[in-house]
Design a protein around this ligand. Structure first.
Ligand SMILES: C[S@@+](CC[C@H](N)C(=O)[O-])C[C@H]1O[C@@H](n2cnc3c(N)ncnc32)[C@H](O)[C@@H]1O
Length: 190
């Protein structure tokens, strides 16, 4: 890929940050090498790649952003362009990871920009999290687990409540505080 083209791809793909690192560390400590793992919204493939390298688990990524799919594939991650869990078979995964778009955003925000799709969670921050919680149970094997990154900006209690409505029990397994938000990783069991 030419340098100019490469720069274009990079500005359209979420750059791994503290949230990515927290999710990778927490999931990496808890997953075994025999786990079949899906990372929804894999972006650059950073989290999926860490789980493959550090745990030895089998990981596939999904992302709605085609530029993210290119970047993740170039990192060596098996990736499918998809909306959330749509193309995957029932009961296919022992674990599903997601660092979702979660920033509360004004209604007039454009959704035709890939970085907005990576960051914006709609007015309440949960526009992508809620459908994820509604659909993820279908692809989880019995006793499967979800690791979901959430922020105090999004409302952790509201996410836990919605997860409960979808049949999950949620436990916060890690927190990290920054000046403007606290990041939490929720562990969800069906
Ligand atoms: C905050 S970024 C996280 C990227 C990467 N997992 C990380 O932690 O660095 C959220 C990612 O979710 C993707 N995404 C947003 N909506 C999605 C959807 N409906 N289905 C699949 N991926 C989605 C975005 O394109 C973006 O790559």
């Amino acid at each position: 890929m030419e340098l100019a083209e490469r720069r274009g791809v990079e500005t359209r793909v979420y750059e791994p940050a503290e949230d990515s690192a927290l999710l990778a560390a927490v999931a990496g400590e808890r997953l075994g090498s025999d786990a079949r793992v899906l990372e929804v919204g894999t972006g650059s493939g950073y989290v999926a790649d860490r789980i493959v390298r550090e745990v030895g688990a089998s990981v596939v990524g999904s992302d709605v952003n085609p530029h993210a799919c290119v970047a993740a594939r170039e990192r060596g991650v098996a990736v499918v362009r998809a909306d959330l869990v749509a193309p995957f078979a029932d009961d296919a995964f022992d674990a599903v990871l997601f660092n979702p778009p979660y920033l509360p955003t004004e209604p007039e925000t454009a959704w035709d920009d890939w970085m907005e799709r990576a960051l914006s969670g709609g007015e309440d921050g949960r526009a992508v999290i809620d459908p994820f919680l509604e659909r993820v149970g279908r692809v989880l094997a019995p006793d499967g687990v979800v690791y979901l990154l959430v922020s105090s900006l999004t409302g952790v209690d509201a996410v836990v409540e919605r997860a409960g409505e979808e049949g999950f029990s949620a436990v916060a397994v890690a927190d990290e505080s920054f000046p403007f938000e606290t990041l939490t990783v929720l562990e969800l069991f069906g």
